[in-house]
Design a protein. Structure first.
Length: 254
């Protein structure tokens, strides 16, 4: 069991808080952990490929706990989960090799602008406008793109997949739960591919902090998803998507 000095514990605490709130939002809304955690690590000077690998290693743990919680709360559509997982893993593995060999930042502002528009649309519908609930028909392409963007950007699975399933009319609670469970399988595949591509690296203090905070918060997100009514949940999803995408555009263009 490693021992930490007072200075190390003090350094870890902010990242425990970041991991906690990022996972709480991610577990409840199906997005945001990767975006928040990846941004924090890159801000510390961690290279993008390494930051993305760390985030996915963390998500393999937090995603597992969050996924089990969603299963226990019956928030999962298993047929949809299988379709998303297979497509997402393919896109994610391809994304890892793209990120570790060439730059993939050119399309990022375009994708973020698209997600901002989707976020406003979800927000508009959540505020009481016409909404017809129906099963999502376009699944595999959404999973493929979501997995690819998640691997190359350290976050993107939730915003891309959750938002696209919702605009197709898929049930909000089942969408969030299913996307969370599928993300667990995606994170394992991406983490393994990063380790093969980059080699193993010692976990840094921020990564340990994010992991602790994320694990503590994971069960609470599934409970929130089950108990927040559909329309307020859509408003929250839309708001988080708009704010995170606008911030991403600002960072990409600055």
């Amino acid at each position: 069991m490693p021992e930490f000095s007072a200075e190390q514990i003090e350094a870890i605490l902010p990242f425990i808080a970041i991991g906690f709130f990022a996972q709480l939002v991610d577990g409840a809304l199906g997005m945001a952990f990767g975006v928040i955690a990846n941004t924090s690590l890159i801000a510390m000077g961690v290279p993008p490929a390494l930051a993305s690998s760390y985030v996915h290693i963390i998500k393999a743990f937090t995603g597992g706990i969050s996924g089990v919680s969603h299963i226990l709360h019956r928030n999962v559509d298993w047929k949809l989960c299988l379709r998303l997982s297979i497509a997402g893993i393919i896109g994610g593995v391809v994304g890892v090799f793209v990120l570790t060999n060439i730059h993939a930042e050119v399309a990022r502002p375009i994708v973020l602008a698209y997600l901002t528009a989707i976020g406003f649309y979800i927000l508009w519908r959540g505020l009481g406008h016409h909404f017809i609930e129906r099963k999502a028909k376009i699944v595999e392409p959404v999973g493929l793109v979501g997995g690819f963007l998640d691997a190359t950007g350290g976050g993107g699975w939730g915003p891309v997949v959750t938002s696209n399933l919702l605009i197709q009319g898929n049930n909000v609670r089942m969408t969030v739960g299913t996307v969370n469970v599928a993300e667990f399988f995606l994170a394992i595949a991406i983490s393994a591919t990063f380790i093969v591509s980059l080699g193993s690296n010692d976990l840094t203090e921020p990564v340990i902090g994010l992991l602790i905070g994320g694990i503590v918060a994971a069960p609470a997100g599934a409970w929130l998803t089950k108990h927040i009514p559909a329309r307020p949940l859509m408003v929250l999803v839309g708001t988080v998507l708009v704010l995170s995408s606008l911030f991403g555009i600002y960072k990409a263009l600055s």
